[in-house]
Ligand binder design. Sequence first.
Ligand SMILES: Nc1ncnc2c1ncn2[C@@H]1O[C@H](COP(=O)(O)OP(=O)(O)OP(=O)(O)O)[C@@H](O)[C@H]1O
Length: 517
Amino acid sequence: MAPRQAKGPKKFSELGCVSEQTLAVLTSQGFLTTTPVQEATIPLFCGHKDVAVDACTGSGKTLAFIVPVVERLRRLEEPLKAQQVGAIIISPTRELAKQIHGVAEPFVASVPHLTAMLLVGGTNGVGCCPQRRRHQQRRGGRGDGEAGAVHGARGALLCTDLAARGLDIPDVHWIVQIDPPQDPSAFVHRVGRTARMGRAGSALVFLLPGEESYVEFLRLRKVPLSEGTPLPPTEGPAVAPAAADAADADDDPPTTAPAKARSSNPASTSAAAAVAADAAACTSTSTPDVLRALRSAAERDRDVMEKAAKAFVTYIRGYKEHHCKFIFRLQDLNIGRLASGLGLLRLPKMPDLKRPAGMEHFIPSRLDPATVPYKDKAREKQRQQALLVRQQEAAARGSAGAKSALAERRKAQAAIDAAQAEARLPAAKRRKLQQIDEDASLNSEYSHSRDPSPRRHRRRTIAVVAQQLPTLLFFGSDQTRGPIVRQGVVSSAFILGTLDRAEGFGGIDTKAKWLKL
Ligand SMILES: Nc1ncnc2c1ncn2[C@@H]1O[C@H](COP(=O)(O)OP(=O)(O)OP(=O)(O)O)[C@@H](O)[C@H]1O
């Protein structure tokens, strides 16, 4: 692997195998000296050796293979024929393929008759292949989409493990992992989106009570974490956020494990000091407001209601499929709080949830979910028509079917009547009824927030971290990538809703001001 450099970094021109044309492109891109991995591998690749590279995140592996690929194609004795493919670069995600394509393009363009094509398919199948120049299918490129979202002075990007590997987003200061990844090896890759190319960066992971042994698990895998103490010790979280400062990739032996992740107390950094200072001033009173708003949004729009249910289901499935099942045990997860945190009206029926824990924390909505309309009128009309067709089909299938359809209609009508009756009440009385209902739910849900419990502190902490730090990547549960968590910047409401894994950090206690939307 890449040897440590005694005499400082070598220039690309000193490698002896990089052409003037490639050197010109490197110079135009500001790449003058090699990184250790480039110095070690480019001459081997250029010398037609097979090389397998295992190096730190952010250590410059992309150029380590692009430069020799281009050099070898440049030196072909006979130019490629039309349609002939010179090289194929395969990447695990389309986002990474786009990025590699963007890096490769100027180098490929410096070779006569050669072009780089980006091929993407499905959600994950991707390829980037330099081939003889012809009609191009080029799409996208570096700097668009999610990367563009964090170019500003402040920004937060909510992402899944699609962004965990390979993506090189400039100047990410903090990685906040709302959930530990399903696959523990992704932990290192997520953290590796910061502290790139010798820069400093920090990472924070939130664990629920009962998940503490994950810290020891990672330590055994040579990923040392330290328990953060951003809050005064007497009130500190039982399971404080584990944090690691990542810095100076080149100082460490190249490895996929974050040998660069040093055990450090985040309170000693200036950001963490600010966290500690602000934590005391930060109140958590907005959490019930957020939950109320989420529940109310789900009651008014079927689309929101369905998204919340889908997020819940995928979250449970994801949790169940965690690779470290002995640490992340579904039977210990507080399902009631999770359901409340996502604003669900009812708990979806799932075979995995035979005896869900914490159901005292979830009070179902009084509204019948069947009556919740889509806000989009055309969609609602379509739904009503489909309902009608189903009822007619049931009726045609016989009296048994007709009876159940009738029962269904009656039930739906009763719910509509109840809702209409409530609507006819004087507005003040109606509001009062709703208030009583919601308060009962929220009081039960968040009664703990009145005492200085660990959860409350963690909630405060993440809020303050979010407010203090310029650029963040939030990694949510991989499985929650469905409708609510998406690649890219999302609305604050959805961030709040999604992050509200109530047991652990119950709603980020912040307004949208820290988000660059
Ligand atoms: N020789 C160099 N000089 C200066 N910057 C460089 C050099 N090589 C690469 N970089 C920059 O370093 C950053 C990280 O490079 P790259 O994305 O190739 O890292 P990586 O090792 O592939 O990371 P990961 O393991 O996360 O995929 C990029 O912004 C890239 O432009």
